[in-house]
Design a protein around this ligand. Structure first.
Ligand code: SAM
Length: 244
């Protein structure tokens, strides 16, 4: 990583109240791995160092706002892609037990090899669909936390994430700006699958000023057996919402 990249990482971390200097080497290695992986696998649209540092590394860490991920928590990253937010989280929060999940095998193979190269022993990547896991007793209602960054509209996410949470667990969704209509539909969908909306935290991404929103849903009762519906249905017929 160039000195400019290091400076950006440091300042982005500071803006989030995090000292990232002890982790600079791991982030530099992750940057190298992503770039090498991108050449073979086309993992992410962001290619410039400053974009990767700010829009992947620092942006991923914004889900630490509010302290929802403090502690030894079994945490699933739904739709992790090339490992975001899971890999930056694993670097700065080694006490989290992280399961990055994605339906695309080549992405999870990248996450697995990156986690190994970075010595992140507490990361257990998984290929699969959230709908299938949500019906599998080995995963249904087994997680303390679910996180998701840039995956789907809130009503879709509610149906995919809440079945995976224990009662009392929390889903932290990392989103861009969100409309009142999406929030309202998300709130209704959350209620339908056993949750409630507990926090909406609008903020700007440090240094870039891009609008972001952290939305937190809490699981307050068991999810009815009908949810999640079969693969693809939550996305194509979202609860209380229009399909994209
Ligand atoms: C736009 S990408 C975001 C990736 C990553 N979270 C990030 O912020 O860079 C969305 C990812 O979610 C995955 N995905 C979408 N729906 C899914 C589902 N139902 N189960 C598992 N993965 C899913 C896709 O394969 C894709 O890799």
């Amino acid at each position: 990583m160039t000195p400019e990249g290091q400076e950006l990482l440091r300042r982005g971390g500071q803006a989030l109240g995090l000292d990232l200097t002890p982790h600079e080497e791991q982030f530099a290695r992750l940057l190298e791995l992503l770039r090498a992986g991108n050449e073979r696998l086309n993992l992410t649209a962001l290619k410039q160092e400053k974009d990767i540092v700010l829009k992947h590394f620092v942006d991923s860490l914004t889900c630490l706002r509010g302290g929802h991920l403090d502690g030894e928590l079994r945490t699933l990253d739904l739709g992790t892609g090339a490992g975001f937010p899971a890999l930056p989280l694993a670097i700065v929060r080694p006490q989290l037990h992280l399961t990055p999940l994605d339906s695309i095998r080549k992405k999870i193979e990248f996450v697995r090899s990156a986690a190994q190269a970075l010595g992140l022993m507490q990361v257990t990547p998984l290929v699969g669909r959230a709908e299938t896991l949500g019906r599998d007793p080995a995963h249904r209602e087994c997680y303390d936390r679910v996180v998701a960054r840039a995956v789907a509209a809130l009503p879709v996410l509610a149906e995919l994430a809440l079945p995976l949470l224990k009662v009392g667990g929390r889903f932290v969704a990392q989103k861009g700006p969100i409309t009142p209509e999406e929030l309202e539909a998300g709130q209704k969908a959350a209620r339908e699958v056993g949750g409630q909306l507990t926090e909406v935290d609008p903020f700007t991404l440090p240094l870039s000023g891009d609008a972001r929103t952290l939305v937190v849903l809490e699981k307050i009762r068991h999810t009815p057996a009908a949810y999640p519906r079969r693969e693809g249905v939550p996305t194509h017929q979202p609860l209380f919402w229009k399909a994209k």
